[in-house]
Ligand binder design. Structure first.
Ligand code: PLP
Length: 280
């Protein structure tokens, strides 16, 4: 991804190639900041309000000053105007600001979309199981303390997988480092419950709404890894990956080892909810 534009709450558009945060910002020094990643379809950030709500909840959870949602919405418009790119990644960042000053910093960043997602969607991902014991606070918070998530992705790469699958010490399926996980048994879809230490994905919520329109029931619950391994198909969901098929977990092939029909129809339904054609 390449950063195209940045706007700061109260300051407007800034030079995307110039430093923005101070060296003593709590986000930099302590990893005490929260963020959101949002897909922009044809100039429109998808479910911006839900992302602003989650940002505010994440900030409250880790004790940051309240999020200025209206100010961030203005910064989003400014950054999108400056970026001149209608299909993009929008990120929001909310930090506590400089040590001892108590003035939070809010940023909207617009970047190019990552490459290769359509190819990955056509072939399906291979996941590597990584044991996961997140702290309660961090697991449900989209905080910038993602070092462990990124380390898990690196480990998956070393094991010739595309991404990690987090499984608790009790063998319960949780999520992936930057996505929620799903699988299908006949006409029913399964995804881990929000009672577990996972992030409440905006895409997850969207797919729960859309599933019945494409003929699937949804069950949220607490499931052992064996359920996923013996499923008919599996997939991940996130704002940027959208609906991404999973064809293997470690040495186990999922279903027939190819992207499945529920992932395909949910991807189509998601794009249609975003008012954006599938083949663009
Ligand atoms: N789980 C984690 C840990 C994430 O970081 C993310 C997104 O970045 C998700 C799930 C998916 O969330 P969303 O659908 O809101 O992008």
């Amino acid at each position: 991804m390449t950063l195209l534009a940045v706007a700061e709450v109260g300051r407007g558009p800034l030079d995307p190639n110039a430093p923005v945060l101070h060296a003593d910002d709590g986000g930099v020094l302590r990893g005490r900041a929260v963020f959101e990643t949002i897909r922009v379809y044809d100039g429109h950030p998808f479910r911006l309000d839900a992302h602003l709500d989650r940002l505010a909840a994440s900030a409250a959870r880790i004790g940051l000053p309240p999020v200025d949602k209206a100010g961030l919405a203005v910064a989003v418009e400014e950054a999108l105007d400056a970026a001149e790119e209608s299909d993009a990644v929008l990120r929001l960042l909310w930090t506590p600001g400089r040590e001892g000053q108590g003035t939070p910093t809010g940023l909207a960043l617009v970047s190019t979309l990552p490459e290769g997602h359509d190819g990955l969607r056509a072939r399906g991902l291979r996941l590597a199981v990584v044991p996961w014991a997140p702290g309660e606070l961090i697991a449900r918070t989209k905080s910038t303390s993602y070092a462990e998530n990124m380390a898990a992705q690196d480990e998956a790469g070393r094991r010739d997988a595309d991404d990690a699958l987090f499984v608790g010490a009790d063998g319960i399926v949780l999520e992936a480092p930057t996505s929620n996980v799903w699988w299908r048994e006949e006409r029913r879809l399964f995804t881990p419950s929000l009672e577990l230490p996972i992030l409440a994905g905006v895409t997850r919520a969207t797919l729960i709404e859309l599933a019945s329109d494409v003929g699937y029931g949804v069950e949220e619950g607490v499931f052992p890894l064996g359920r996923l391994l013996t499923a008919d198909e599996a997939f991940l969901s996130s704002s940027i990956r959208e609906v991404m098929p999973v064809v293997a977990v470690d040495s186990a092939q999922i279903g027939d080892g190819r992207p499945g029909p529920a992932a395909e129809s949910l991807q189509r339904a998601l794009r249609s909810a975003a008012g954006y054609p599938l083949d663009r």
